[in-house]
Design a protein around this ligand. Structure first.
Ligand SMILES: Cc1ncc(COP(=O)(O)O)c(C=O)c1O
Length: 271
C-alpha cells in the first residue's frame, strides 16, 4: 500500500508493528503529532501475518487530524465484521477472491461523501484515468457517460457469490469463520503447535501456524500438496520459514476441510 501510494506521488510516512502484531492507536496518534496527512491508511485483516487490527479508534484519530481514513478490507470482507459506516471509513477497497469466494478480478470499493467531495474539489486531474472517481461517478450515475467496458461476466460471478452469502446470512458467515478458526486452533494445539498472531487479535480466515523447531517448513507444504492436494501458504518477510499460513476463507471454511487438513498435517509431521 505504501509502495502504491508513493508511486502515485504521495509522501508516505509508515507506521509499523512487529509482524503478527496489530497497529495500536497510540502509534497512529504519535505519528500524527507533527503531521497533517491527507489520508491515513490501514490494512484491516493482515493476510501476511494473520492479525486483525481494530480500526474505530484509528479512524477517529485520522479524522481529528483532518485526514481521510482508508481501509484495505481485501481479506476481511465476508469473513468478519466490516462496519464501514459505524467506523466512518472514507475509502474502502476489497477483493472478490477471498471470503466472498468469487473468482478474482474485481475490487469492490466504497467511498464516503467526504472522500467524493475531496475528489470533486481537486484542482488538478488525478494521475490515473481509470481510477478517476469523478469520471467513474458519471459512468455509474444516471448520466451513464462512457468510461470503460465493464467486465460483465465478473459482475455476474460477484452477483452469484453475494447471493450465496445472503442465503447463508452475513452474520452466519462470520460465525462460521469464527467456528472454523476455533476448530483449527484446537487441532493444531493438540499437535503441539500454536497460532502466532497477537492473542485477542487473531484473524479467523487466515491462521498463522508456528513451524516446530527442526521441521522442514517447505518440505511439509510440498508433502501436503503432493500427497493430500492441500495447499497452504508460506511465511513472508521476517516470518519466512517460521509459520505456515492456513487460509479458511469463504467456501473453504468448513469442518470437513479443517479436519482433513489437521489429519494431513499430522501425517506430514510424522516425516
Ligand atoms: C490484505 C491484502 N490487501 C491487498 C491484496 C492484493 O489483492 P490483489 O491480489 O487482488 O491485488 C491482498 C492479496 O492477497 C491482501 O491480502
Amino acid at each position: 500500500m505504501a509502495d502504491v501510494a508513493a508511486r502515485c506521488g504521495a509522501k508516505v510516512a509508515k507506521v509499523e508493528a512487529p509482524w503478527g502484531q496489530i497497529i495500536e492507536p497510540g502509534q497512529i496518534a504519535e505519528a500524527l503529532k507533527n503531521r497533517r496527512p491527507k489520508v491515513v491508511a490501514v490494512v484491516h485483516a493482515e493476510t501476511s501475518t494473520g492479525a486483525l487490527t481494530p480500526v474505530e479508534e484509528i479512524s477517529r484519530l485520522a479524522h481529528d487530524a483532518g485526514a481521510l481514513f482508508l481501509l484495505d478490507t481485501v481479506t476481511s470482507l465476508g469473513g468478519c465484521p466490516v462496519r464501514i459506516d459505524d467506523w466512518q471509513v472514507d475509502a474502502v477497497y476489497s477483493g472478490t477472491q477471498k471470503c466472498l469466494s468469487c473468482p478474482p478480478g474485481l475490487a469492490p470499493v466504497s467511498l464516503s461523501g467526504r472522500a467524493l467531495e475531496v475528489a470533486a474539489k481537486r484542482k488538478t486531474k488525478v494521475q490515473s484515468w481509470y481510477l478517476d472517481v469523478n469520471l467513474l461517478a458519471s459512468y455509474w450515475g444516471q448520466e451513464r457517460v462512457y468510461h470503460h467496458t465493464a467486465p460483465i461476466s465478473m459482475n455476474y460471478a460477484l452477483h452469484e457469490a453475494l447471493r450465496l452469502l445472503l442465503e447463508e446470512g452475513l452474520e452466519n458467515r462470520w460465525k462460521r469463520h469464527q467456528r472454523m478458526h476455533g476448530l483449527l486452533r484446537k487441532g493444531i494445539e493438540a499437535l503441539g503447535l500454536r497460532i502466532v498472531a497477537q492473542e485477542g487479535h487473531q484473524l479467523w480466515q487466515l491462521n498463522a501456524v508456528s513451524v516446530p523447531e527442526g521441521v522442514d517448513e517447505a518440505g511439509v507444504r510440498k508433502k501436503l500438496l503432493n500427497d493430500h492436494s492441500i495447499e497452504i501458504g508460506a511465511g513472508l518477510g521476517p516470518l519466512k520459514g517460521k509459520i505456515w499460513r492456513v487460509g479458511l476463507m469463504g467456501e473453504t471454511a468448513t469442518e470437513a476441510n479443517v479436519n482433513r487438513f489437521l489429519s494431513a498435517l499430522a501425517d506430514c509431521l510424522k516425516g
